[in-house]
Design a protein around this ligand. Sequence first.
Ligand code: UD1
Ligand code: CA
Length: 450
Amino acid sequence: MVVVAILAAGRGTRMKSNMPKVLHTLGGKSLLERVIDSVKPLSPSRHMVIVGYEAQSVQAAMESIPGLEFVEQTEQLGTGHAIQQLLPHLQGYQGDVLVLNGDVPLLTSQTLLKLLQTHQSNQNAATILTAQLSNPTGYGRVFCDSENVVQQIVEDKDCTAAQKQNRRINAGVYCFRWQDLAKILPDLQANNAQKEYYLTDAVTQVTPVMAVDVEDYQEILGINNRMQLAGAYEILQNRIKEKWMMAGVTLIDPTSITIDDTVELQPDVIIEPQTHLRGNTVIQSGCRIGPGSLIENSHIGENVTVQYSVVTDSSVLAGTRIGPYAHLRGHVEVGEGCRIGNFVELKNSQLGDRTNVAHLSYLGDTTAGTQVNVGAGTITANYDGVKKHRTQIGDRTKTGSNSVLVAPITVGDDVFIAAGSTVTEDVPNESLAIARARQVVKSEWKMKKE
Ligand code: UD1
Ligand code: CA
């Protein structure tokens, strides 16, 4: 049985931010959410989050995650002091506690499971995760004897010049047998450079203690400043891109592409340069996305192409071509084999299969049937200054260039709208609507004038 405790009470002074450090985002998710995600596969019996600086906003930001218990540390007197706050909540608890820093977001669940297994199979009082870093600056240094038993953990700020040479660092991830830790926690002292109660001091006051090196040091990188945040983003991106390339996705110029880890890609998708895939996006097989496109929270069916376009909160079915320079937003649904062309904006609209909106149009709050041809420059006037209204367009209807459909309006099936019309009344099936002044031609005008 394991209880998870995440330290998230610090301000994160080195971020130079008004926002609590653990709420800074890394690839679409906050640092804290990432840490919470990493412990899920351990099925902890309780998830405790220690909050302090801006406790309310941290708690509010985690609202959608069920089962979290927030414990307040009103003054941030150090990581040991933070864990002391658990004492009243875990009275009599006989199992283990896995402690994680809220600012170490790249840990994998496999590493945590391995740490927990090592801890339990060796019946340790404490097991800590360590790493060998070429640049250990800023981290606590871990000193072990030849048997890997931890002798001492010295914070960077407390290190002597000689101690600073030690490259083995404390990752800030610990398993404790709670009863052993609870016994010594109240006696922690703050005799150090930062006048803080260090959790690291508790580690060496219980026995037996073991240190386990992480296989990939990148997992344990802590975020204390914006440089480290950017560094972690790069590591995360490399992980995600490697995964998709190994799964059959082509990335052309990968460094110019960004992909959130919430995105799903199928084999034989091609992502072109300068393309960004975000949120809950799914891209099916055979698509060619980019160059220069942003797809966010959208579902893209098979064999779709998207060039220099922005698609958010929308879905596009198989074989449709989008762009260049199209913008789909606010719950657009485009059918199969459609063409959404240059300088077209679609908002909260549904288009049937094989419908084309090829040039210079705005369709807002519109439902159009199948095989509709929306002529160049067609606009739906959906806003009367107070409310939005819907436009309905039937199957196989064609709107002429530069026509305006003033909503609310229903245009039937097989209708023709003459070019340049401003249509304000419903048009029944199979008719032609002309809504513009008749052309007047004054013959021989030039001669008469002269
Ligand atoms: C800590 C470790 C260090 C380790 C490093 C790994 C201690 C004393 N040092 O140092 O050995 O190498 O993490 O990243 O533990 N926090 C609270 N309450 C507090 C203070 C901090 O909840 O009173 C939280 C912070 O929000 C943060 C985490 O604890 O999420 C770590 O605090 P931080 O100040 O970043 O510790 P480091 O100096 O990085
Ligand atoms: Ca830190």
